[in-house]
Design a protein around this ligand. Structure first.
Ligand code: BGC
Length: 728
């Protein structure tokens, strides 16, 4: 006889209640466990009733799901994966630019589509949940995980995160293409002291609420199904042990109704590393009390939690609540009614298909930022007949794809050779820069390639050969930057300068006197003042994904006009860090003994092959109280000869306030496509309530007074028009 929980005509809540009433304590705690596929999955399913696996791919999800369906209650397994810029560990899947690159597009619609494509590909392989998006604020760029973030601005992060969540989760979770999103790492994990991963984040509650929590609140508003707790501790309390964060703020204050997953063995770390628990029992007790629902990669949790309940240290009600939250999402996802097995024919149709690759191409184009273009060096004119293509990142698949994809650290950690977790990753669909430029140049332009030097090994170089081909060419494209081993989790840096012999190579190329175009293929901002001063043009390509080579070529040759803007500031020198734009005002004039504190390239900065002229800023309020709407309109004229896309940015400065507030804060932006010579009025609206601050009592309040509204092409003072408004 079909039980009530098996009948899809009942609501997820009813079905959850019914199922829960049939479950043993062991079955409930099993649902709260998540391990990776290396941990004897059969035992976990048949004896421990596991709720979720991560990093299980190939034929395994189907085999394991079938095993689960034969258990007493047949509760389906939820399979999770870090598909954070495409389903990028999967052979043949579409690999998008990394999150930091995507953020430079300032294009929520595009990001929603990128996430949708990812969801379709992830689902076709039988997985249901991606640990994405990352909502950490990237301020200290020494931190290894900067490339996983959307950059340094809470507002931009919130907008882009909400877009990705919509893309992953669709209209409703039961739609056939929806997967669960996961907002991580909650919270302030990016505020890593000294750029050191997973250590301490010293932030007050006021700073937490002003800077670090707003993107997560946006994620809740967007209906994000799951949250992941950070590895870090805030003011002595590890996030995984923080009831304040996981229960009081997330659930009680914001009304989050999904479930919280701990990060990798976060619960074990409470005892072994962070040492706030003297035993593992105590660590599990703390984690349960704080509000963790699913425990990732702490296999001991299963037996320990059972013991804790039996000994009366944890009430069964706590387990019931956590288990219900997990089950409810499984019901809402439709997993009980359609197991969503991997579908080989669908996989063949969708994985890396032409339409998805086109989206990767579009994303790569929009992610790239033109940082310098002296006297119109770019796009290349017809006079350029022979190009010397030089550098260690011209033809480097790993550098181009970036972290959380082929060759990344996590791949070594989690690859299970018996599965098709691409132990033999097929690089043939990847269009490297060398390949993209070769294809685009065709017969008209001759391209001669020389690697020039190694990314890491200073002694291994062929600078002499590079100079020779440069001497014989009309222009040089030098592709330099960093690579995976210099980025990612546990890969924090003490230097952001070019590694290996790259700087020597560039200096030698400069000596040839040929136009020098530098393309930066890197996972995060590097300190490149020499390039800024000496290159004729600089294109920031980031980790641009599988179509990156095509996008770079089309931008260099002028088939498209660059439109990306930085979502993170580039320091001039590592000693300036952190160098984010929304600093609090100080009275020492912002200088160091050796240099000023201005970044090399500021947040919001990015050039185009055309010029946009801003005039006539008008700001009005529908009403001056919290219920009002601020409208800023500005005229923009495309004064160049090419069509282009401008990203118009609106910043606010609270002139006098009860607490110090940043010199400027992004509150809105708008994309504007303009033909050559066209003038248009761009309007940006901001609710007056968005001008609130967090006061000394940590309350969100709108303080009356003057606000300076700034609109322009970047966060730099010289790029902004200003007007004052008064809020009452
Ligand atoms: C990372 C998470 C990731 C998890 C699973 C952890 O080490 O911090 O971002 O989702 O591993 O791979």
């Amino acid at each position: 006889m079909r039980q009530r929980y098996q009948d899809a005509s009942h609501s997820p809540q009813d079905r959850t209640l019914d199922l829960l009433s049939r479950m043993t304590l062991e079955e409930k705690i099993g649902q709260m466990c998540q391990v990776d596929g290396r941990h004897d999955p059969e035992t976990w399913i048949q004896e421990r009733h596991i709720g979720s696996f991560l990093h299980v791919t190939g034929g395994e999800p189907e085999r394991l799901q079938k095993l689960a369906s034969e258990t007493r209650l047949g509760i389906p397994i939820l399979f999770g994966i870090d598909a954070i810029h495409g389903h990028a560990f999967q052979n043949g899947a579409t690999v998008f630019p990394t999150q930091l690159a995507l953020a430079s597009s300032w294009n929520p619609q595009l990001l929603e589509e990128v996430a949708r494509v990812t969801a379709v590909e992830v689902l076709s392989t039988g997985l249901h949940w991606t640990f994405s998006p990352v909502l950490c604020i990237g301020r200290d760029t020494r931190w290894g995980r900067i490339g996983e973030t959307f950059g340094e601005d809470p507002y931009l992060i919130g907008v882009l995160a909400a877009a990705m969540i919509r893309g992953y989760q669709g209209e409703k979770l039961s739609d056939p293409c929806s997967i669960l999103a996961c907002a991580k790492h909650f919270a302030a994990y990016g505020e890593s002291l000294g750029g050191r991963d997973s250590a301490e984040s010293e932030v007050s509650e006021r700073k937490l609420r002003s800077i670090f929590l707003p993107p997560f609140k946006e994620a809740v508003r967007a209906g994000c199904a799951t949250f992941m707790a950070g590895y870090n501790a805030i003011d002595g309390t590890p996030c995984s042990a923080s009831r304040r964060l996981l229960t009081e703020i997330l659930r009680e204050e914001w009304g989050f109704s999904g479930f919280v997953v701990s990060d990798w063995n976060n619960v074990g770390h409470l005892h072994t590393t962070q040492k706030v628990a003297s035993t593992l029992e105590e660590a599990c007790e703390m984690a349960l009390h704080a509000g963790n629902d699913m425990i990732m990669s702490t296999p001991e949790f299963y037996n320990t939690a059972i013991r804790l309940v039996k000994e009366g240290r944890i009430k069964e009600g706590v387990i019931d609540a956590a288990c219900s939250r997990i089950l409810q999402l499984k019901f809402r996802l439709g997993l009980f009614d359609d197991k969503r097995y991997p579908d080989k024919s669908r996989t063949a149709d969708v994985l890396g298909c032409n339409a998805h690759r086109e989206k990767a191409y579009e994303a790569a184009l929009e992610s790239m930022v033109l940082l310098k273009n002296h006297e119109g060096t770019l796009p290349f004119s017809d006079k350029i007949k022979r190009i010397a293509l030089i550098g260690p990142n011209c033809d480097n698949v790993q550098s181009q794809l970036g972290d959380w994809s082929f060759g990344a650290r996590e791949f070594e950690l989690i690859a299970v050779p018996t599965l098709d977790y691409h132990p033999e990753y097929d690089v043939s669909p990847i269009i490297t820069l060398r390949e993209g430029i070769r294809r685009r140049a065709c017969e008209n332009v001759q391209v001669v390639y020389e690697k020039g030097c190694d990314l890491l090994d200073e002694s291994s170089h062929s600078i002499g050969r590079a100079i020779k081909i440069a001497d014989e060419s009309d222009a040089i494209i030098a592709v330099v930057g960093d690579t995976n081993i210099l980025n990612g989790e546990t890969r924090d840096r003490t230097s952001l300068e070019l590694t290996g012999a790259q700087q020597d190579l560039l200096c030698a190329l400069k000596q040839t006197g040929k136009p020098l175009v530098v393309v930066l293929v890197c996972g995060k901002p590097l300190t490149v003042p020499w390039i800024a001063a000496n290159a004729d043009a600089v294109l920031l390509a980031w980790n641009s994904g599988m179509e990156g080579g095509r996008a770079v070529a089309d931008l260099l040759f002028g088939d498209h006009n660059p439109c990306g803007k930085l979502a993170i500031s580039f320091p001039r020198h590592i000693g300036q860090l952190p160098v984010y734009y929304n600093q609090l005002p100080g009275w020492h004039g912002g200088t160091y003994v050796e240099m000023d504190s201005e970044p090399l390239y500021a947040f919001g900065y990015g050039l185009s092959y055309t010029q946009f002229i801003y005039t006539d800023l008008q700001v009005s309020l529908t009403e001056t109280g919290a219920g009002g709407v601020l409208t800023a309109s500005v005229k923009i004229r495309n004064a160049g000869t090419r069509e282009g896309m401008e990203i118009v940015q609106l910043y606010v400065h609270d002139v006098y306030s009860s607490v110090t507030t940043p010199v400027k804060v992004l509150k809105g932006f708008q994309r504007a496509a303009l033909k050559s010579g066209q003038e248009s009025t761009v309007t940006i609206t901001v609710p007056v309530s968005a001008l609130s601050l967090i006061d000394r009592q940590c309350r969100e309040v709108l303080e009356p007074g003057e606000f300076e509204i700034m609109v322009g092409s970047s966060s730099r003072d010289e790029d902004l028009l200003r007007q004052l408004v008064t809020v009452s």
